[in-house]
Design a protein around this ligand. Sequence first.
Ligand SMILES: *Cc1c(COP(=O)(O)O)cnc(C)c1O
Length: 402
Amino acid sequence: MTNQIPLVQGREYLAIPGPSVMPDAVLQAMHRPSPNIYDGELVEMMPALISDLKRVARTRHNVAIYIANGHGTWEAALSNVIAPGETVLAPASGRFTHGWAEMAEGVGAKVQLLDFGTASAWDFDQIDDALRADKDHQIKAVLAVHVDTSSSIRNDIPTLRRLLDDLGHPALLMADCIASLGCDRFKMDDWGVDVTVSACQKGLMTPAGLGFVFFNDKAQAKRATMPRVSQYWDWQPRANPDLFYQYFNGTAPTHHLYGLRAALDLIHAEGIEHVWARHEHLAKAIWAACETWAQGGALHLNVTDRAHRSRAVTSLRLSNGRGTPLRAYTENQLGLTLGIGLGMEDYDGCFRLGHMGHVNGQMIMAMLGGMETAMAALDIPRGAGALEAAATTLATQTEPSD
Ligand SMILES: *Cc1c(COP(=O)(O)O)cnc(C)c1O
């Protein structure tokens, strides 16, 4: 390997599950001097920005924007609706649910954790049991991570909603869509989600720094009963500001707002249904390649059932700890950066592909070609014809599956 000519000059592809690839339009929108924060363009663009953001989450309700990453939105959402001593239910399909549950403990909640491991979607029988056992409705919210970015499992939120409704359980349904908003099909209002948290650096293609908490009237009713809410996390003034500075409880994230504006323009010009269909079609090509490589016995997709796979991130396992050398090869030799394994037992064997946001067919084929090259260089056993399988998938028109 050491005497190979490095092939890294040229545009690099950061194929990790966030931050995602930034479109040139976003970069260019941010390249400007500081704007006036008292009046003028920035202030005037807020109402349309808010309504375009809500369109992406498919909600007519409210959104509060925070200068925060995804972790910040976890705390923001909890702070508005969960009082110390109240219970939340956390069905976990990977590391990110545990993270949100730990955050809940940090704000004084009692957490009832249902741990389904790192390769299984929610088991609705167990969730059903937990909700039925909660006869006096101690559980005030279910922390539902839609796509867990560590395992790449995609959970079924509409079924969870139906379960709560069938049992007449009043807990808030709170969804983490940080890895799925603008990638995987998600409809907040149609699906009956009460609170949705997301962030800007994944499907929304903007540098990390903006966090979003969408909430409906039911969530706001719970907010109104809270004994206290920290002024900074309070979603009320942010969602219904009388003055511009109240959107952010202080100075606005000026450049991020311009970047987000450009990203939303891209999403709405393409159409959210098409954005979802593009992610799905590209993901199917990735799965076709990976399933072919898997025939060699060394590589495995973490999620076996296609119905539970994210369309934006794919977790993989390579035997004999060869994930880390594979990532090193693609990065140092090819200019392709793949994601580390997160929250898995075998750090060196696991790695992830990010395919969220500003990605197209040639980028996905290049990413897969990079992996094929690395596996050839490292002499990793693999099924033949993976790139052919991916190309055939891309070339074949398919119906979106849900
Ligand atoms: C990325 C991610 C987070 C954490 O977001 P940060 O911006 O890194 O704090 C939380 N949940 C999910 C599902 C994510 O993908």
